[in-house]
Design a protein around this ligand. Structure first.
Ligand code: ADP
Ligand code: MG
Length: 345
């Protein structure tokens, strides 16, 4: 009899523990590594372990599907097929591709050509230069430039595109992460997650009530060292920078972001641009456009658009300057002694 009582007590405790672990709603967090190893973190509030387990399965499936659309390095992807076929015959895009094209056209126009996903031939030219350690000649740059420009992608209706020049290709590297952030946030909301964060290596979106705190990477320090933090309501917070990815030729660093108007890697002193806005795709495209435009033209664009806030870092360590939207002043905590380096616009 005593054994039975002990046994039932133990069973009850185990059941309670299982219940607490599986069905207690609280903050959940998981990271996985899609897109060639990018840490992709998902945070959801008020979810049980079981709900979150299913959320993550849905997230992974959706990210894998989106990768199969936008990853131009996977020969099976829709983007790789477009790049192979769209100069031969009109290509019927899937709806997500058509949507990212629409975002891209909008931002190419808004940024006066600073953001342009047809920049791929130039990206390849400069990546090749990083390997051969030879700066491309004028002739090579102008040959690549003749295959760049969204005006050379003709479009019939919303979904059929055609490259008017041989050798053109599209690269959505500057907008796809933000677009995927938006998609995953929507997916989580549809699943009933009321508050959460999706963060793909510094490209983040937060949704739901209340405040969220994001770290702003210090562009002159190792990854994870912060310039400061920003407190925002639900929004996308996306950083584009010159500091992490570059090629080196004869000791000079060349950015992985190319100015599609000159055909050369950007070199205007702007080191990083963090954009805060309601959509990840918009914020991602705009962050890249700002890096290309530089501080002055970038601030002009931000002022004209009105709907976005930004943090711009210009110069080089130790003499850098920080430019922030006036509306961000009270939301930002900077780990910086010298206030004279901070400017608002
Ligand atoms: P990150 O690599 O930090 O996410 P971005 O969002 O700025 O930075 O995307 C940079 C990528 O976009 C490059 O690696 C390249 O593939 C592509 N790219 C480079 N220059 C441009 C440009 N001017 N417009 C659009 N895409 C670009
Ligand atoms: Mg970008």
């Amino acid at each position: 009899m005593r054994r039975i009582i002990l046994f039932s007590a133990a069973a009850a405790i185990i059941l309670m523990a299982v219940y607490v672990v599986l069905f207690h709603a609280s903050r959940r967090e998981a990271t996985f590594f899609p897109m060639g190893g990018i840490p992709f973190k998902v945070v959801a509030y008020d979810r049980t372990a079981f709900q979150f387990y299913k959320d993550m399965a849905a997230v992974k499936k959706s990210v894998a599907e989106l990768e199969l659309v936008f990853n131009r390095f996977n020969p099976e992807s829709e983007l790789a097929r477009i790049n192979r076929e769209a100069a031969v015959r009109p290509f019927a895009m899937n709806p997500n591709m058509a949507r990212i094209m629409a975002f891209s056209r909008k931002w190419q126009k808004e940024s006066s050509g600073a953001f342009d996903p047809t920049v791929a031939p130039l990206v390849e030219l400069w990546q090749g230069a990083g390997k051969t350690k030879q700066v491309p000649s004028e002739k090579m740059i102008s040959a690549a430039l003749s295959r760049v420009g969204l005006d050379k992608v003709s479009q019939a209706g919303v979904e059929r595109i055609f490259f008017t020049h041989e050798g053109m290709s599209l690269d959505f590297g500057a907008i796809a992460k933000g677009f995927i952030n938006d998609e995953i946030a929507e997916l989580l909301k549809m699943r009933g997650v009321r508050r959460g964060v999706v963060d793909a290596a510094g490209n983040a979106i937060a949704f739901g009530d209340g405040q969220f705190q994001f770290g702003i990477q210090d562009p002159f320090a190792e990854r994870g060292r912060l310039l400061g933090t920003v407190n925002v309501k639900a929004s996308a917070v996306i950083t584009s920078g010159n500091y992490e990815r570059f090629v080196e030729i004869n000791g000079k660093k060349y950015s992985h972001i190319i100015d599609p108007r000159t055909g050369r890697p950007v070199d205007n002193g702007l080191v990083s641009a963090t954009v805060i806005g309601s959509s990840g795709a918009d914020a991602d495209a705009l962050a890249t456009a700002l890096i290309v435009l530089g501080r002055e033209k970038g601030i002009e664009l931000l002022k004209r658009l009105e709907k976005f806030e930004a943090i711009l870092v210009e110069g080089s360590a130790p003499d850098f300057e920080i430019w922030i939207s006036a509306s961000l002043v009270h939301k930002l905590q900077l780990n910086l002694g010298q206030v004279e380096r901070i400017h608002e616009f």
